[in-house]
Design a protein around this ligand. Sequence first.
Ligand SMILES: Nc1nc2c(ncn2[C@@H]2O[C@H](COP(=O)(O)OP(=O)(O)OP(=O)(O)O)[C@@H](O)[C@H]2O)c(=O)[nH]1
Ligand SMILES: [Mg+2]
Length: 231
Amino acid sequence: MTDEIKKPAKVQHPMAPKGKKARPPKETSAQAVVSFGNINITSAQFVKAATSLKGLPEERLPMVAFLGRSNVGKSSLMNALMGKKDLVKVSSTPGKTREINFFKVNKTFYLVDLPGVGFAKVNNAKRDQMSEFIREFVEKCKDLKGLVYLVDIRHGGHDIDMETVESIRATGCPVLIVGSKRDKVNQSELAQGLRKIRENFDLDANPLCVSSLKKFGLDYLWERILEALKS
Ligand SMILES: Nc1nc2c(ncn2[C@@H]2O[C@H](COP(=O)(O)OP(=O)(O)OP(=O)(O)O)[C@@H](O)[C@H]2O)c(=O)[nH]1
Ligand SMILES: [Mg+2]
């Protein structure tokens, strides 16, 4: 791992480091508008699930994707960000998300739920196929404006997290590292987790840490996502 590879391609970017059949669209009702800082979520709908680049949504819109190990809380975070309980499928069984799932928000952009990194219970062939697809998606999807990479704050990052982030940075896609499950740690564990993540991912500052359960850190994360979508 050279220093050159570790550095994100676009350091100035706002996000730089300082399965199954498609379900029918599920839309928010007018009463369900939720606000986070500068954004009001007026609509959020599942658009489609893709298992290859050919399966991307026809309507081209900017997108931000969520990645991280299985069970780290990607789908829960997306639900929390969209003010939803169950728009994105969540499960305590790792490996719940198997396809790339696209959710259209405010009819203007997509939030994208990616399958968990390094999930061991699917057979190796399937896993390799999926990680190949994720790599291809990150490399080739021109509308992908950034990637939120979740790391459990209690662990601070495993080898596979650092390897995955390194390979994403090498594609030039901006990555924002975010600690998840903030509610599971006390203050000293939080400080320790933040330090570990900062060191493991070569960050200039402590990462943002969120809790989907307690709705912590969501305003600030939305701010970063909106900045990325505008770039
Ligand atoms: N305490 C707590 N639990 C959480 C939080 N976020 C997610 N969880 C729990 O963690 C488990 C996994 O959450 P998911 O959102 O399905 O995780 P995922 O990363 O999408 O998992 P895969 O789809 O398997 O890759 C579920 O039991 C969630 O309820 C959080 O902020 N706090
Ligand atoms: Mg998931």
